[in-house]
Design a binder for this molecule. Structure first.
Ligand SMILES: Nc1ncnc2c1ncn2[C@@H]1O[C@H](COP(=O)(O)OP(=O)(O)OP(=O)(O)O)[C@@H](O)[C@H]1O
Length: 248
């Protein structure tokens, strides 16, 4: 990780839907190659913030740049320099493995030659050569997710946004998925990930925890555990949720 290079800069981000404030004055920075966990209970405001960081929705106010691009004025450049994967939006089930790779590679403007070369390398790395011409719908969920992640970074983006990428898969497959995340991070890709699995929160370099639209804690998992006198991230998370309930 290169701590000097900040690839995400967020200052006083607010997002309102009418009278309701979904993101309340968020400020944070993410370094190049960092694995940044973006946690919060259901409805805390994570997806709202991710949509803004991906250039899909405008903030109500705040200064935000992603991969060096302004989220108000440079949305198209921003989108070309990021990758995105979620549990819901992922690969086309009716297309084959290779057709999906070719489709996404084409969207990002990669040439036919580059797509073929990189697809060969990718399928070899994932040990999925035999599945090249199989429809996505016929693959196990764990393979789909690894493939979806690899496709999301196929165009070598600066940052990849992962919105609950491992929902519904078993712990062993999730661990393998995280090996791919570590590898991408070592290659300099910044990882911005949301998850409801607290063991995954432990794998992050830093974690922010949002409660009711506000970031209530942000640090390394080790420091958060120390601050909250907790044995694991589950306890940290619960302590914050409890504080929020008491305030109400
Ligand atoms: N377009 C919208 N109009 C009005 N309210 C919205 C809109 N989008 C989101 N919200 C509200 O903003 C709050 C935050 O939603 P958001 O989807 O960002 O939460 P989340 O942390 O991603 O939750 P989850 O973990 O369930 O995905 C919720 O109360 C939601 O109902």
């Amino acid at each position: 990780m290169n701590k000097d290079v900040k690839v995400i800069k967020v200052k006083n981000l607010c997002k309102k839907f009418g009278d309701f404030t979904a993101n309340n004055n968020l400020s944070f920075e993410v370094s190049k190659g960092e694995i940044f966990g973006f946690l919060g209970a259901n409805g805390a405001g994570k997806t709202t913030a991710i949509k803004i960081l991906c250039g899909l929705s405008y903030p109500t106010s705040g200064e935000i740049s992603v991969a060096g691009f302004d989220v108000y004025k440079q949305r198209e450049q921003l989108k070309r320099n990021i990758g995105y994967m979620s549990q819901k939006f992922s690969l086309y089930e009716d297309l084959t493995v290779f057709e999906n790779i070719r489709f996404y590679g084409g969207i990002y403007g990669l040439s036919k030659e580059v797509i073929h070369r990189k697809a060969d390398d990718l399928l070899k790395k994932l040990d999925l050569q035999h599945a090249r011409n199989k429809r996505i719908s016929s693959l196990p969920l764990g393979w789909k997710q690894k493939l979806a992640f690899s496709v999301a970074i196929f165009h070598d983006p600066e940052i990849v946004f992962l919105d609950e990428p491992t929902g519904g898969v078993d712990p062993v497959t999730r661990r393998q998925f995280w090996d791919l995340i570590y590898e991408a991070s070592r290659e300099g890709i910044t990882i911005f990930v949301t998850t409801h699995y607290m063991d995954e929160a432990e794998y992050c370099d830093r974690v922010s925890i949002m409660v009711d639209g506000k970031i209530e804690a942000l640090d390394t998992p080790a420091k958060l555990k120390e601050d909250f006198n907790a044995v694991d991230m589950d306890q940290v998370f619960l302590a914050l949720a409890r504080t929020a309930t008491n305030v109400e």
